[in-house]
Structure formats: C-alpha cells, structure tokens
Write a protein that binds this ligand. Structure first.
Ligand code: SF4
Length: 243
C-alpha cells in the first residue's frame, strides 16, 4: 500500500465508526491483518467488536514476563468469554538473561537507555515476530492518550515493521471507550477500578490521581515525550507515511 492509498483511506475512514474500519480491514487484508492487544480498555473494545462481528482477524499479545496478575486474569477471561485462544509471544529467554545479568533485574529504573533496552527485548522484538506473517496490524491507540500519539491516523504506515497500521479508535475519547465497555458488558482489567487508567508492566506502572493525565502512571519517572515503549515509534516519533 503506497502513501497515496493511505491518504485516500484516511479521507474515507477518518470519521468512520471503528466497527466499519475493522470490517473493511478484515475484508481488504483477507487473513493478512492481525490485532495486537495489550489488554487495555481500548483493546477490549476492539476485541469485542471483532467477535461481535465475527471478523477474520486473529489476535496476538505479548507477555513481557513483568505483567500484573490482573492482566493474566483478564487474558483468561477473554479466552473464556469469546471462546478463543489469544496467541501469546514471549521475549527471547537468552536475551532476557543476558540483559538482566548485565544490567540488573530492575534496569529500567536506572536510565532511559536501560528502560528502552528492556522494552526492546521484552516488547519490540516479540512484536516483530508476532507481526511477521501479516501485512497489517491493528492496535488501540487514541490521539488524546498522550502528546506522543496526537498525530496518529486511522490508517498509518508503521515504518519500523514495514506494515500498515490501523488505529480504529484514533478519534475516540476516553468517555466513548468506557461507554462502549459498560453498554456491552465488556470484560476489563480490574486495575482500571483501582486508579490505573493505563496498564503496562507492573514495575513501570503506578496508579494515578484523578487530576493526573491517563498515562501519568506509565514510566512516571520520565518526561512525557519519552513515554513510549517503542512499539509505536521510529527514532522517537510516530511516523506517518502520508506526511
Ligand atoms: Fe521493561 Fe518496563 Fe518496558 Fe516492561 S514497560 S518491557 S518492564 S521497561
């Protein structure tokens, strides 16, 4: 898919309902599109839409080895509710051993470089493997989530993975996400009710106050413009092919 096609698709789908975007993606990519869920509230909405509409879109997720118990519980709940198995990708064991033995068990607290190294080993490399068989991937990013995400489109080009990236909820507000979850009794991570609006690895996520930004609890010791694990960045920026 070239830049012009992506531009045209954004004109067509920029204001379209997420379910219509997902239906189009399933049909257009015909088995070549995958949904990468991090089991966040947005991801739960997309999971529900995929199953409600019986779309041909498989799901993958990453187990970094540092996740909350509540996240594993939700993964199990999803499998039971939707009667499916989400394919789980793990980091390379040798790479984790080597990183931890060189830099320490909680290396991510020591420097931004170490934190990025940990995200690279535990998230970016497994995601690359998970996406390899596909031409496109879907994720639950929204523009209002953070300053690193405010330029995303419904259809983007993922330069790092060389794939089309589809963000069906790009224009949704947090309120719309939670309205959908409540209206459709969608399961969600119980940590959301305990002050965790955004949930990542246990060592890198804390609860936030009502007055704080939804992603304030992620890597809270870093500046806002640094706060991406690298899954959605190239050279520190979200890349749009149609720019
Ligand atoms: Fe490592 Fe933290 Fe990134 Fe998880 S979020 S991969 S623990 S640095």
């Amino acid at each position: 898919m070239n830049a012009e096609q992506i531009l045209e698709l954004n004109k067509r789908f920029g204001a379209e309902r997420p379910e219509e975007v997902l239906k189009w993606a399933a049909e257009y990519f015909n088995g070549q599109v995958v949904f990468s869920t991090a089991l966040g509230a947005e991801d739960q909405v997309i999971t529900d839409m995929i199953f409600r509409n019986k779309l041909n879109i498989p799901q993958v997720t990453l187990d970094t080895g540092r996740m909350f118990d509540e996240t594993y519980k939700l993964l199990r709940e999803n499998e039971q509710r939707y009667n499916m198995r989400i394919k789980v990708f793990f980091p390379d064991a040798v790479a984790v051993e080597s990183m931890v033995n060189e830099h320490g068990i909680n290396l991510f607290r020591d420097s931004i470089e170490n934190r990025k190294l940990c995200c690279r080993v535990r998230k970016i490399e497994p995601l690359k493997r998970a996406l390899t068989p596909y031409s496109a991937w879907i994720c639950g990013l929204r523009r209002e989530q953070s300053i690193t995400r405010n330029e995303i489109n419904v259809i983007d080009w993922d330069e790092s993975n060389q794939k089309v990236k589809i963000n069906p909820l790009a224009s949704w507000t947090e309120q719309e996400v939670w309205d959908y979850i409540r209206d459709n009794a969608v399961p969600y991570n119980e940590l959301h009710d305990k002050g965790f609006p955004s949930i990542g690895c246990a060592g890198c996520t804390r609860a936030v106050k009502r007055s704080e930004h939804v992603r304030a609890g992620r890597w809270w010791w870093e500046a806002p413009e640094q706060k991406e694990c690298g899954l959605h960045l190239v050279d520190g920026k979200l890349v749009r092919k149609n720019k």
